[in-house]
Design a protein around this ligand. Structure first.
Ligand SMILES: *Cc1c(COP(=O)(O)O)cnc(C)c1O
Length: 343
């Protein structure tokens, strides 16, 4: 097995990170004349904690990990970009990912000028580890898996994922943005077993905080150290740290929302299945459902004219004729069903 430092880009390994006033000082003090802040207008006059320790302590309790295994970002999109910047040498290294999946992995690879290799899922949208691993070469640094997957909604086969973790000598990212809606446990419990595993969670879906932009990466302390070296020092502002911390006290509310959405998901799967223009409803462990229809573009446009927006996935690999429908409130879901049945 390669050492972590052999996977990290040489310039990042050698990087001397920016040292901010707030991270140099550790201890108790009452006079802060170190950071050129305005002494008035507290508490937002002060630079925030660059490592967000008090928020991470709360998250750690809920997620069952150590605070030192957490990196917080501006959505999950920030850690996705940082993973590529930490491990992939532009124009030389490559990334292997399932296809179809979340579009940001490829966009971030392209921005960083890193080759992005797509490996098509099976016809039932599942992972074939042997096929995926056949695309790996000596320059593959990162594999992206997403489970439950977007836009298909299904979980990837856990044994196949485990084979990838066991065989690949590099970083494996498992994006679990939809884990709260899933019947399967998170991979977080396996972090200590797989030191090259990075698990992504977000506050954007089940927690109902998409506009707040706060995502989580969980990994070994060694990997978190590289995230901390490369990220902007004050990437999570104090408003966000305080607000997310308050919201974490509402875990019961989040669980209520998830139960409501799961009940609606079940009802929508049944109702969509009884809707004539729907040709297939695919299994889902997320808060959305992928459906195949007769003429996706026309149905998408007609819905849009009526003010109902769904996601047209007609041009995506394996998703020809498919629309991705988020589970909304009962009233929103009923509007969609009525519009589909009137076509
Ligand atoms: C929605 C989503 C995210 C969340 O992204 P944020 O930047 O945290 O809002 C991450 N991964 C997948 C697969 C998603 O569908």
């Amino acid at each position: 097995m390669k050492e972590l430092k052999d996977l990290v880009r040489a310039n990042i390994f050698a990087l001397k990170p920016y040292s901010c006033a707030r991270s140099e000082f550790k201890g108790q003090a009452s006079v802060f004349l170190d950071a050129n802040e305005n002494p008035m207008n507290g508490p937002y006059n002060r630079y925030p904690d660059p490592l967000q320790l008090s928020l991470k302590e709360k998250i750690a309790k809920i997620k069952g990990v150590r605070p030192s295994q957490i990196m917080l970002g501006n959505g999950s999109d920030e850690p996705i970009d940082l993973i590529i910047r930490i491990f992939c040498e532009p124009k030389r290294d490559n990334i292997v990912a399932i296809d179809p999946t979340y579009g940001m992995y490829e966009v971030c690879a392209d921005v960083n000028d890193v080759e992005y290799r797509k490996v098509q899922l099976n016809a039932d949208f599942d992972l074939d580890s042997a096929k995926l691993l056949a695309s790996v070469d000596a320059n593959t640094k990162v594999i992206f898996l997403c489970s439950p997957n977007n836009p298909t909604g299904n979980l990837l086969n856990r044994n196949e994922m485990r084979k990838v973790l066991d065989s690949f000598d590099g970083i494996v990212v498992i994006d679990e943005a939809y884990v709260d809606f899933s019947s399967q446990p998170t991979w977080l419990a396996e972090l200590d077993k797989f030191p090259r595993l990075i698990v992504l969670h977000t506050f954007s879906k089940a927690w109902g905080l998409a506009s707040v932009r706060c995502g989580m990466a969980f990994a070994s302390e060694d990997i978190i150290g590289y995230f901390n070296k490369v990220k902007y020092p004050y990437n999570i502002n104090l408003l966000t740290q305080n607000f997310v911390s308050e919201q974490l006290d509402n875990e019961a509310k989040k669980k209520e929302w998830v139960s409501m959405i799961l009940a609606e998901r079940k009802r929508m799967i049944d109702e969509l299945g009884k809707t004539p223009i729907v040709k297939a409803v695919y299994p889902t462990d997320a808060n959305f459902v992928l459906v195949k229809v007769d003429d996706a573009d026309t149905i998408y446009n007609t819905l849009m004219q009526r003010g109902v927006i769904v996601r047209n996935r007609n041009k995506i690999t394996l998703c020809k004729g498919c629309l991705r429908i988020t589970i909304g409130t009962k009233a929103e879901n009923d509007t969609l069903l009525a519009d589909l049945r009137a076509m």
